[in-house]
Design a protein around this ligand. Sequence first.
Ligand SMILES: [Zn+2]
Length: 265
Amino acid sequence: MSAAAADGASAVAVIGGARASPLLLACEHAANHLPPAFGTLGLADGELKRHIAWDPGALPVAEGIARRLDATLIASTVSRLVVDCNRPLDAPDLIAELSETTPIPGNVGLSEGERRRRVDLAWRPFHETVERLIDQRLAQGRPLCMVTIHSFTPTWKGVARPWHVGVIHDADERMSAPLIAGLCAEGGLVVGDNQPYSPADRVYFTLERHARPRGLPCAMIEIRNDLIADAAGQDAWAERLARLLAPIVADMSVAARPTERVRHA
Ligand SMILES: [Zn+2]
């Protein structure tokens, strides 16, 4: 995937667009890339490598799952510091002036026009791409379910987080319940159920916008980023999550196609 969204390049990447799995993966915080016009937003270079700019490790894990399950992956190619694709347009942290404890100078006091420009640059293309892919597949009568892949920092505002992985969900637990059960059965993992975040934190936005209104089974996965800091960790987590998701996705496909279920019964 190219480091895109620079001066007209795409702000969203579709990886494996023709793949056959009912699973559609999304990674909203895949990149820490700032298009040149933004400079460094007033931050030191080192800050742009931290979790405040992106979800370190999330993209390679999502790519590894997508490859193993023959699933399509949609990833933003622009840092969440420009505009956060996983927030509603009225969220106070859509364009964060403060991330954890780090002020973002280039995000302070933006005009309405500048806010709109950022939404049009990265937020809108991401969501239009998700919507187009979902609509195409539903129009073809294909079953569909959706999972988003994120990572979280081991320590936030000085507090250590005990979870290795968290599954975020709302009242529709068709995917999250078996996924949490599968992760717990792995042994040795501290599994968060709506930890370290929950939909009440307004972090469930992509799924609330696209999957829930269409009745699509969905879940959000958060992996602690120190576990996926290198290729070995990323590969191990992609392998584990692909193995756990495979039968869940197969079940969702059957559930979404009642006529086929009858035929094969
Ligand atoms: Zn994230």
